[in-house]
Design a protein around this ligand. Structure first.
Ligand code: NZQ
Ligand code: ZN
Length: 403
C-alpha cells in the first residue's frame, strides 16, 4: 500500500427527511445564500419548495439561480458568480445532480476571485490553471444531491465545460470541500430510469478505474471497492424496478458518496482514463456522463485491462459477478461478459453512433483527450500509457456495434 493523506472534512447528514433540516444547518454558516439548481427537476418534484421553506423557517435569506444545465457551462458559472457577488451571498448551496453541485463549487470560486471560471479548468489553453489550482479559497458550500452518481456532494472536485472551446475538465482544491452535505435518499425517488442507470454506471466507473490502474497491494481498499460495486449492481436494478424503494435508493446514494470520498482510493493511487476519454465526448456532444462511460467501458476492459492486468478483471468478476473460471484470462473475459449483461439490463449498452457522434470527429476527439488530460505528455495514464492512437481504437470499436 502506498503512503497517503486522507482529508475528508464534509459533515454528512444522511436519512429520510433530513432535507427539512436544511435551514437549521445552513444558518450555522450564513445568513444569506445563493441557492443553485438545475432548470426544472427540483421544481417539478417539489424539492426546491421544501428547501426554500426550510431556509425561510430558519430565517436564512436566499437568492435563487435555477439555470444550471447538465454538463454545466463556464458562461453560466460566471453569470451566477457575478450574481453571488452583487447580492453579497455568504454561502452557495448546490441542489440537484452533479451538475448543480459542481456548479455551486465553481460559483463559490468565482464569487471570491472574480476570475472567469474557464481559467481554472485543468488542461485549458490559457494554462492559467497551472497556477490557479488547487483552489484554496471559495465561499462555503453546502450540497444537497437529488441523484446518486457523481459523489460531488462530499468531494473537492467539480467538472466544468467551456462550451466555446469544447474543454471539459475538472477544477479542484481544498477550498471546494462542502462544509455540509445533506443526503436525503427520498429526493432521488423521482430520478427517471435512464439517469438512475447512467448514475449507477458512473458510480461503478469511479470504483473500477483506480482498482484497475492503481497499486495492487491495497487489499483493504480492494475489498471496500468490491463491496461497494456489489451494492451498486444489486440496488441499481431494484431502484429502476421500484423507484420509491427506500432501501435501494439509500444504498445507491451512499455508494455514490463513498465511491469518490477518498477512502476506496487512499493508498492506491491510480488514474481515471475512461473518465478523461468520456469528458471529451460530453464536451463535444453534450451527452450524459454516465452513458458515455457505459459506451467506453467494455472496449476499454477488453483492449487495455484484459491485456495488461487480466487478473484484476478476473478478481472483480469473482468478487462481484460470481465468475468461476480458474484461469485469469478466461475469468477476465467472463467478467467483461457479465458487465455487458448488467449494462443491457440497465439499458445502457450503447454506441457512439447512437448518441449522435460523427465518425469524422473520432480522431480529433482522441487528440483532444490527450491535450486536455495529458498534462505536458502525449498520452494519458492507465495500466499503460494511452496515446491518441489507442484512444482512437477504443472510440472506433464502440462506434457502430459494441464489442
Ligand atoms: O437539470 P435538472 O432539471 O435538475 O434535471 C436533471 C438533469 O436533467 C435530472 N435530475 C436530477 N435529479 C433529479 C432529476 N430528475 C428527476 N428527479 C431527480 N431527483 O437529471 C439530469 C442529469 O443531472 P446531472 O446533474 O447532469 O447528472 P449527474 O449527477 O450525473 O452529473 C453529471 C455532471 O457531473 C460531472 C459530469 O461530468 C457531469 O458534468 N462529474 C462530476 C464529478 C465530481 N464532481 O466529483 C465526478 C464525475 O465523474 C463527473 O465527471
Ligand atoms: Zn464520473
Amino acid at each position: 500500500m502506498l503512503n497517503f493523506v486522507l482529508h475528508s472534512p464534509t459533515r454528512i447528514h444522511f436519512g429520510q427527511g433530513v432535507v427539512n433540516q436544511t435551514g437549521d444547518i445552513v444558518r450555522q454558516h450564513a445568513k444569506k445564500v445563493l441557492l443553485v439548481t438545475g432548470r426544472s427537476s427540483t421544481k417539478k418534484t417539489g424539492t426546491l419548495q421544501k428547501v426554500m421553506a426550510s431556509l425561510e423557517k430558519s430565517g436564512v435569506e436566499m437568492v435563487l439561480f435555477d439555470r444550471v444545465e447538465p454538463n454545466p457551462r463556464a458562461t453560466t458559472i460566471d453569470e451566477a458568480g457575478e450574481l453571488a457577488r452583487k447580492e453579497q451571498c455568504e454561502l452557495i448551496i448546490g441542489l440537484g445532480g452533479g451538475s448543480a453541485m459542481d456548479a455551486a463549487k465553481a460559483i463559490a470560486t468565482v464569487a471570491i476571485s472574480g476570475r472567469p471560471i474557464h481559467e481554472y479548468i485543468r488542461g485549458n489553453q490559457t494554462r492559467l490553471w497551472k497556477t490557479l489550482l488547487p483552489i484554496q479559497q471559495a465561499l462555503p458550500i453546502i450540497t444537497i444531491p437529488t441523484l446518486a452518481a457523481t459523489g460531488s456532494e462530499a468531494n473537492s472536485g467539480a467538472v466544468i465545460t467551456n462550451w466555446e472551446t469544447k474543454e471539459k475538465s475538472s477544477i479542484s482544491g481544498p477550498g471546494l470541500f462542502p462544509k455540509e452535505a445533506i443526503l436525503d435518499p427520498e429526493l432521488t425517488y423521482s430520478v427517471p430510469t435512464n439517469y438512475t442507470s447512467d448514475g449507477a454506471v458512473d458510480i461503478f466507473t469511479h470504483l473500477y478505474e483506480a482498482y484497475m490502474t492503481g497499486d495492487e497491494q491495497a487489499n483493504v481498499q480492494d475489498e471496500i471497492t468490491e463491496g461497494l460495486i456489489r451494492n451498486v449492481v444489486r440496488y441499481a436494478k431494484q431502484a429502476i424496478d421500484t423507484p420509491d424503494d427506500y432501501e435501494a435508493r439509500s444504498h445507491l446514494l451512499w455508494s455514490s458518496t463513498l465511491a469518490l470520498i477518498g477512502i476506496p482510493n487512499a493508498g492506491r493511487g491510480g488514474s481515471f482514463p475512461v473518465h478523461q476519454m468520456e469528458h471529451t465526448l460530453s464536451a463535444y456532444y453534450d451527452i450524459s456522463h454516465g452513458r458515455g462511460l457505459a459506451i467506453l467501458t467494455p472496449a476499454y476492459f477488453r483492449r487495455v485491462v484484459k491485456e495488461d492486468r487480466p487478473h484484476r478483471l478476473a478478481r472483480l468478476g469473482r468478487a462481484v459477478f460470481q465468475v468461476s473460471a480458474p484461469n485469469d484470462v478466461e475469468a477476465a473475459e467472463a467478467t467483461i461478459q457479465e458487465v455487458i449483461k448488467w449494462f443491457k439490463e440497465l439499458n445502457v449498452y450503447d454506441t457512439l453512433e447512437a448518441v449522435g457522434v460523427a465518425k469524422s470527429d473520432l480522431q480529433m476527439m482522441a487528440e483532444e483527450t490527450i491535450r486536455i488530460s495529458g498534462g505536458d505528455q502525449n498520452y494519458i495514464a492507465g495500466t499503460r500509457s494511452l496515446y491518441a492512437k489507442d484512444i482512437l481504437s477504443i472510440f472506433e470499436e464502440v462506434y457502430h456495434t459494441q464489442v
